[in-house]
Design a protein around this ligand. Structure first.
Ligand code: COA
Length: 694
């Protein structure tokens, strides 16, 4: 086994290299290696030490896979203090990211050199934690509390130049970290630079106003997430305590957070982001070439998809039915790109060149050169059939034909072509150039390299792809239909739409289901109900008040009223909906709901449907459900996802509730067989994720 930390001499400089691929995480071997290297440096005649990271970055932080397990000595705070207490100077030369513990190791050193392209950040809150090795105590001693308050509660980072500006580093250099670091170390030696421990610098000045403002901001922003506020507490400790006490207090908060379900949920989400693309069916399969994308339809969705492709450097040919519609689509895409410039997603000087990669056309023949065509036309099977037959006629061999349908049968769409192996569903979420989720809907005949290409496309577009199978609504919208159904039933039983929205927001979602209806437009739900009417089970519940609202012309935000009356950005409950709901409730017994009951019913419906989706193979693993809800439906990341939530609250109690509710409504509350099986076997969804990884 190669050493995780190497110690070498370059004349009077001791070079300590962290070499723990892929990200030089500070696992036990690295912590032990750093400790021993500092001891060795103390004993030999080297005059200065240089710490560098091998590979593409300095240090990616603590080893996240160790979190949740009993920590083993030496602990990272002690390693940083050990570095700081060296009686001979220590320099850190940072290239690429220095995150969390990586930043803290650099702060333990006496001098910091940043190589252009370096990033210094404290992402711990994104894992439900705060810096745990003195970062919250040392950084403010160098920069004052302001920059720390900006960075730590947000989990943010700064560039090399910004780090220099705020005093986090001493110098910025170009080139190789080891070479530039050696030059800097020798220069420090020549100038007789002393040991300069950050921890011995005076405490940063307290700034009550800055702390009040940060707390007010994060109280509002964090929606139930605790770590950002606790990071502020830790920074405040630095203004009141000497280093040892402060590091102790920081560690106390860190360990307290380590025990929370929020930390477990966020780490579950971190690893899922990476596991979701690991599918045996595409492992080792090369994706097809992709440079030129055709988009069929230039409405909001088509224009959004085209924008996403252009922003990632692909050429786009967009087809519309006539020149006027094509011009309109171009206008929408231009506006999207302008907005991307404003948001800093596209450099202003790249805007025209990006737009020049777009052609808007009206003739299908112009798609003949495309590697991939994505259809985003009206959701109607006959229309889709026509489009796919035309695509089949013009697209070159080997091109991929994709549909952006959000619920239609992709097998049936593929049947309109002579090449079903090249057909796949690419379900984008609106606005497609902003939303991160891409549901990759794999049909019966879809070739493995077509699926692999869809995952590669998602990566290129900066999106997270989830594999889904064919069913009405795939993973996300099928679950949405069910938990919406649960919300509608609660309305019939006595809850108000506004109570439900409030309870769901308290749970951590950005919006409740009825606010969502107003945003999407009540016509969408109405159309869906119409579509499903012919096959609806007579025991199903129809929200007749929502139909009545549709007939009143109350379509939500776009008409100024729906469940809410919308005036500018202000939304107030629409009292006129109440009589419509009353009429629908006629004769049903009514009761009141606490916010907790609302959350419980809503979430149980979500999890029960998801368990069915997993057992049918529509989602391969529970983690695919979690990622879908996180990136497509605003599910709070700190809860990890609905399946992680279910594991946290316990599957037996959920099943007991579902069985209880099924006495009154046996049609809606049919327990998922998978849920019953897991409870019988004493297992949970995480066990299924683990089994799938083996
Ligand atoms: N501990 C353990 N494993 C880590 C890790 C960490 N701190 N950071 C990354 N990894 C793993 C990833 O899970 C991935 O494993 P896999 O290949 O088995 O899927 C691998 O290292 C590469 O990571 P990836 O994110 O794909 O590489 P990247 O080059 O895109 O990004 C980082 C590198 C360091 C910027 C990114 O991984 C990151 O942000 N890591 C988290 C850093 C962090 O939060 N540190 C503070 C911990 S308190």
């Amino acid at each position: 086994m190669t050493e995780a930390v190497r110690y070498e001499r370059e004349g009077s400089v001791a070079v300590i290299t962290v070499a723990n691929p892929p990200v030089n995480a500070l696992g036990l071997a690295v912590r032990q290696g750093l400790w021993r290297a500092i001891d060795r440096f103390a004993e030999d005649d080297a005059e200065i030490a240089l710490i560098v990271g091998e590979g593409r970055l300095f240090i990616g932080g603590a080893d996240i896979s160790e979190f949740g397990k009993p920590p083993i000595e030496p602990y990272l705070p002690d390693v940083c203090t050990h570095i700081e207490r060296s009686t001979k100077p220590v320099v850190a030369a940072v290239h690429g990211p220095a995150l969390g513990g990586g930043c803290e190791v650099a702060l333990g050193a006496h001098y910091r050199l940043a190589i252009k392209g370096a990033r210094f950040g404290f992402p711990e809150v994104k894992l439900g934690l705060i810096p745990g090795a003195g970062g919250s105590q040392r950084m403010p001693r160098l920069t004052g509390v302001g920059p720390a308050l900006e960075m730590m509660p947000a989990g943010g980072s700064v560039t090399a130049d910004e780090a220099l500006e705020i005093g986090l580093v001493d110098r910025v250099a170009e080139g190789d970290a080891r070479e530039a670091g050696l030059a800097y170390a020798r220069e420090l030696l020549e100038s007789g630079a002393p040991v300069r421990a950050v921890g011995t610098l005076p405490r940063p000045a307290d700034d009550a106003a800055a702390f009040d403002a940060a707390r007010a901001l994060w109280q509002k922003k964090s929606r139930g997430e605790v770590a950002p506020l606790r990071a502020i507490d830790a920074i405040e400790a630095a203004t009141r305590m000497d280093l040892d006490q402060g590091v102790h207090e920081e560690r106390r908060i860190f360990l307290e957070l380590m025990e929370t379900p929020q930390r477990a949920g966020l780490i579950h989400a971190f690893f899922n982001d990476r596991k979701v693309a690991k599918l045996p069916e595409i492992e080792g399969i090369a994706p097809r070439n992709m440079a030129h994308v055709g988009v069929i339809g230039g409405g909001t969705m088509g224009a959004g998809i085209a924008t996403a492709c252009l922003l990632s450097g692909l050429s786009v040919t967009l087809i519309e039915r006539d020149a006027a519609a094509a011009d309109k689509a171009r206008g929408t895409i231009t506006a999207n790109l302008d907005a991307a410039v404003k948001r800093g997603k596209l450099p202003a000087d790249r805007r025209d060149a990006t737009l020049s990669q777009l052609s808007t056309v009206t003739d299908y023949a112009e798609l003949s050169d495309c590697d991939l065509a994505i259809e985003a036309v009206f959701e109607d099977m006959a229309v889709k059939h026509e489009v796919f037959a035309r695509l089949d006629a013009v697209m070159k061999p080997g091109a991929i034909l994709a549909t952006n349908t959000s619920y239609l049968d992709v097998n049936e769409i593929a049947a309109a072509t002579k090449r079903p192996g090249d057909v796949i569903g690419l379900h984008f979420f609106s606005p497609a150039h902003v939303m991160k989720l891409l549901e990759v809907v794999v049909a019966d005949a879809t070739a493995a390299d077509v699926t692999a290409t869809a995952f590669a496309l998602a990566k290129r577009l900066g999106k997270i792809a989830v594999r889904a199978g064919v069913c009405d609504g795939f993973i996300g919208n099928r679950m949405l239909a069910t938990y919406r159904g649960a919300a509608d039933r609660m309305i019939l039983d006595g809850a108000s739409p506004w109570e439900i929205d409030a309870a769901i927001k308290t749970f951590g979602l950005p919006m409740g289901p009825f606010e969502m209806s107003d945003l999407a437009g009540l016509d969408i739900g109405f159309m869906t109900r119409q579509r499903k009417a012919a096959t609806r089970d007579p025991r199903d519940v129809v929200p007749t008040w929502a139909d009545a609202m549709y007939h009143e012309g109350w379509l939500g935000q776009k008409t100024g009223q729906g469940y809410y009356v919308h005036e500018g950005r202000k939304a107030t409950p629409n009292e006129a909906v109440k009589p419509l709901i009353e009429a629908a409730r006629a004769g049903r017994p009514q009761r009141s709901f606490t916010p907790e009951e609302i959350q419980r019913v809503y979430m149980a419906a979500m999890v029960n449907e998801a368990a069915k989706i997993v057992s049918e193979g529509i989602a391969r693993r529970p983690l695919d459900v979690d990622v879908t809800l996180l990136y497509g439906y605003g599910f709070p990341r700190w809860r990890g996802g609905p399946m992680q939530w279910a594991d946290t609250v316990g599957l037996p109690s959920l099943l007991t509730d579902i069985k209880e509710w099924s006495k009154a409504d046996p049609y809606f509350w049919q327990p998922a067989p998978l849920l019953e099986q897991l409870v019988t076997e004493g297992r949970c969804f995480a066990d299924l994720n683990k089994e799938a990884a083996q």
